[in-house]
Write a protein that binds this ligand. Structure first.
Ligand code: V4E
Length: 266
């Protein structure tokens, strides 16, 4: 996969992570294995989350983090599928699941973040340097084209040279607001269902059932797979379960937590 210049530009379709969190008991690992979950490994990672001092990104449900030295941005999907609006059962399933796009290309992350922060400058809520005009068109072109030279050169795939340069954070007035380490045990099941069992270093454990869906496709089948898996696990609760970030902010950043709660982000 390479052009005559050793560089290839491809269209990469985005994926949506459809996830449902659940409360873990002491036997959860056995329970997951009992329904056919195959453990694909345990690993540990440290997350650092970034936002402006007045929480502009997270108030737009946009989550910028650094994990294992790589940048990741989780943001809401653009549209809600038609099927999600039909039927009480469907809307109950939808309420228990979160849907986010995860972007891992640093140039694309920077474009997105600048685009979200554009409103903060327009509203006069904060000052940050936006070095170039950021338009929706540019966001889409960054989305549609990714330089995959890095994929051909594995030594640069994990961390590009610009990834080490963190001056863009201060230019955009971004500071770290949360940092914690997670030990994660991952399982795969049939029908492309994935389960993670997470233990955060501040003493919170949570499980997550996840299905990946190409952006724009109907999410209902994914939510049904998640519901089926939840039933097999014997999960009965119909309340939304707190993620690691909810608990972290509630404990350590109550002002930030309260703002996100009142904006219905958490
Ligand atoms: C808080 C938050 C986000 C940050 C990442 O949260 P989470 O999915 O809990 O982290 P993690 O480590 O499991 O990420 P993964 O490895 O799966 O990518 S992204 C969105 N939110 C808000 C949010 C929400 N509103 N509702 C639920 C159920 N979760 C998160």
């Amino acid at each position: 996969m390479s052009s005559e210049f050793g560089l290839l530009i491809v269209n990469l379709k985005m994926s949506v992570e459809v996830e449902r969190k659940f409360v873990c008991d002491a036997d959860i690992q056995k329970t997951v294995e009992g329904i056919g979950g195959v453990c694909i490994g345990e690993h540990q990672f440290h997350d650092k989350y970034f936002d402006t001092p007045d929480f502009f990104l997270t108030l737009k449900d946009t989550w910028l983090r650094q994990r294992r030295g790589c940048w990741e941005l989780k943001c809401p999907t653009a549209t809600v599928g038609k099927a999600e609006n039909s039927g009480i059962e469907h809307s109950k399933q939808a309420a228990l699941c979160s849907r986010y796009i995860e972007i891992t290309s640093l140039p694309e992350i920077q474009q997105r973040v600048k685009y979200v922060l554009k409103d903060s400058v327009r509203d006069g809520k904060m000052s940050c340097q936006l070095p170039e005009e950021v338009t929706e068109e540019k966001i889409h072109s960054a989305e549609e084209t990714q330089l995959v030279a890095d994929q051909d050169r594995p030594e640069t795939a994990e961390k590009s040279s610009s990834e080490g340069d963190e001056s863009w954070l201060s230019k955009l007035n971004l500071v770290c607001f949360a940092a914690f380490t997670t030990v994660r045990c991952s399982f795969t099941l049939e029908e492309e269902v994935h389960i993670d069992l997470d233990k955060a270093d501040f003493g919170y454990c949570v499980g997550e059932i996840e299905v990946i869906v190409p952006e724009g496709e109907d999410m209902q089948p994914a939510m049904e797979k998640i519901e089926k898996t939840a039933q097999k696990l014997g999960l009965t609760g119909d309340q939304r379960v707190q993620g690691k970030m909810d608990v972290y902010l509630q404990r350590y950043c109550p002002e930030h937590y309260a703002k996100l709660l009142s904006a219905n982000i958490l």
